[in-house]
Ligand binder design. Sequence first.
Ligand SMILES: [Zn+2]
Length: 68
Amino acid sequence: MPNIPVINIGDILELKKPHPCGSKTFTVSRVGSDIKLTCTGCGRALMLDRIKVEKMIKKIIHAEKNDE
Ligand SMILES: [Zn+2]
């Protein structure tokens, strides 16, 4: 069974490949068939295919839930 990562809005993804600015962490701002990420280093937004993102993830830092 493939291990499909759970990605939620507000999570921070650490990717295997860094952004050109040098940052490897990105905040998730939209989740669908595409995932919108905002670079935590330079603040630029990028849209990537979900499948591509899943392959690039090194680590997911889940956002803290306030409603628990
Ligand atoms: Zn950047």
